[in-house]
Design a protein. Sequence first.
Length: 290
Amino acid sequence: MILRTSSQDSIVKQSNLEAYDRFGTSAGKKDEFWSRVEDFNYGIAYSLIEKQVGIKDKRVCELGSGTAAHLKWYKRDCREIIGLDISRQMLRLYLKTEGNSPNFGLITGDALTLPFKSGAFDVVTIYQSAHHFPNIYKCMDEMLRVAGAFAFLEPNKDSFLHRLVEYRRERRMVSKRFEVHSYKMVEYNSLGFSALQIKYFLKKRNVEVKIYYIFQLPMEISASVMRKSPFLFRILNLFGQVFTHVPLVKSQFGSLLVIAEKKEKELLLTRLQIHARDPKTKFPAKPILG
């Protein structure tokens, strides 16, 4: 692990913010096949999160929400849903392409210093954004502060397949793509996260943790296969999901889904904090957008 100073983190964070803002200003709606792949992959994670900690009729916050189309499920199922992102332009693009709803709000903010009171939410989630954050451990502490449970779906550092794909992506795709658009983006943890490291950290926080592996090909490959044959895409994913349930090899396939929930005593305290809030306040913080 390379240790960074706070000044280095600040410089990289500003570089990423400029990249996200430029994307939010210039991008249009996502490719249909790309969106279908996201719906398929994220749908599996969403179902597991709903099964383990519950989403329906809950107060939920999505970190690094950006232009994520999966927020449509939250708007459908949640009592209140807040999307937080560092880039205002990304949030504006989301509203332009996906629209709004009465139980939904967007706010700009930093995932490492969440602008919410303790116990503001029931659940906090992240979908493929945390590897852009400077410090996942500080982010997890913040999620535990503001909610009784959290879940995140991220690249799996323990997977040899992912490491191989990431090496190819870094060598042949990312630098070229970023040069074309004339901006620099930095992924703090492009290899993702290790299940053992995450479990060790959360064990010290007295939190119940469940780890799942969800088979996912790189988005560029998945979208290409989906475009050529949706049936082939589903067959590949069906076989992939089978391997994620085989004990000896499951950690070598797919993305890492971490679901963490405070134990009974801590969870009761969080729920008391939630119910003690001003009932007239519709959202934990006033949304800047939405």
